[in-house]
Ligand binder design. Structure first.
Ligand code: HIS
Length: 375
């Protein structure tokens, strides 16, 4: 490596300077306080673990984008965490297997992937979220959607909108109502994802075309979906979505995109993506899923949860951070007075020499004769 590379960071990785770090701290604290307030207990998970345990806890988890390498100690394959949900699921299935259900857990930490999502070059992100383990009912899903909205609002997001989806929609329909072969199922899913009507017909998914139009503001899109569901296979899902929507009503703008699957690797009957005004891209995602237990336990345990990826919100809020109130303590100041000022909430910066410049050091006040004098 050339010496000029010494100060570079690899693509998609970056530092947070003090102002950004402060905004990040505020966002994390606000969101986690909301989750804790609703009974979600905080857990912490390791940065890396055996690849297998990250990849096999839920059906559909992709290892392609995980950083993986052989552990020089155990000679087993390790992976850096790319989704804390899988780790919380492991915990629920092992160490907390005996804890009463429903089990409410929350978490926050950095996650990494080899490649960013889509065109996004970012490879490390802050993930924070909540998981409700032991149930995937409408009541559970509604609690989580409401919680996600409340957490994001507390974190400083405004104009929140939520997009509902039915991640296992095609699989559900393909069984009987609108039969597809396994190969067709995959291409129909892809064409629906791409919203490609021509491709959908070519893939043998003509009967699925109306799904492309059951998209948009929730109230009209759900009506279209209900009309499309002539056989009634989706009836319980549609009723569920309506119930969740009623709970959310007024707290966020609601849309429906029933065949949307971007980013939904393992979610089952219900999924949602959450956005905020002025922030491009999704801020989070969640839904219902199943945690697979030991080998042979095909059913696993029902769960629901969501993850927020608030980095873009943190960037937006960094610019709006309130002016810091910082008290400059000149050389020879009364240390007890200074301690009392900190006790009532001041941040202090003590001069180390006569040449320290209060204003250049970002101070707003100066301690003079026991009083904070504005600068
Ligand atoms: N961890 C998922 C979201 C989720 C949490 N719980 C259920 N789903 C994601 O980041 O996409």
């Amino acid at each position: 490596m050339q010496d000029t590379d010494r100060d570079l960071l690899p693509e998609g990785l970056g530092d947070r300077l003090p102002q950004q770090a402060a905004a990040s701290q505020r966002v994390r604290r606000a969101a986690l306080d909301v989750m804790a307030g609703h009974g979600y207990e905080r857990v912490e998970t390791p940065m890396l673990e055996f690849e297998k345990s990250l990849a096999s806890r839920m059906a559909g988890v992709q290892v392609r984008r995980m950083f993986r390498f052989v552990d020089p100690a155990s000679l087993r394959m390790l992976a850096l965490r790319s989704d804390i949900t899988a780790q919380v699921a492991r915990m629920a299935a092992t160490g907390l297997a005996g804890a009463p259900r429903p089990l409410r857990l929350c978490y926050s930490g950095q996650v990494v992937t080899i490649k960013g999502a889509g065109l996004d070059p970012v490879r490390e992100r802050l993930q924070l979220g909540a998981e409700l383990i032991g149930t995937d009912t409408v009541a559970a899903a509604a609690e989580l959607v409401e919680l996600a909205i409340e957490a994001l609002t507390a974190a400083g997001a405004t104009g929140i909108s939520v997009d509902f989806t039915l991640p296992d929609l095609v699989d559900t329909l393909a069984v009987q109502a609108l039969p597809l072969t396994e190969a067709q199922t995959e291409s129909v899913r892809q064409m629906l994802d791409a919203k490609d009507a021509g491709g959908l017909v070519d893939a043998g998914g003509q009967a699925y075309l109306p799904l492309l139009y059951a998209v948009g503001p929730f109230d009209t899109a759900i009506e279209r979906l209900a009309e499309f569901d002539a056989g009634g296979v989706l009836a319980s899902r549609i009723a569920g979505l309506r119930e969740i929507a009623a709970r959310v009503n007024g707290k966020a703008r609601l849309t429906l995109d029933p065949s949307e699957r971007h980013g939904f690797e393992y979610q089952s009957w219900f999924g949602f993506t959450i956005y905020a005004e002025g922030i491009s891209g999704a801020l989070g995602r969640g839904g219902t899923y199943r945690i697979l237990g030991s080998a042979g336990d095909e059913q696993g345990e029902a769960a629901a949860g969501f993850s927020l990826y608030p980095d873009p919100l943190i960037d937006a809020l960094t610019a709006e951070m309130p002016e810091r109130k910082v008290l400059f303590l000149p050389v020879g100041h009364d240390r007890e007075v200074a301690a009392r000022q900190r006790a009532i909430g001041w941040t202090t910066v003590a001069a180390l020499s006569e040449s320290d410049d209060a204003i250049a050091l970002g101070c707003s006040h100066r301690l003079e004769n026991g009083e904070a004098i504005p600068l």
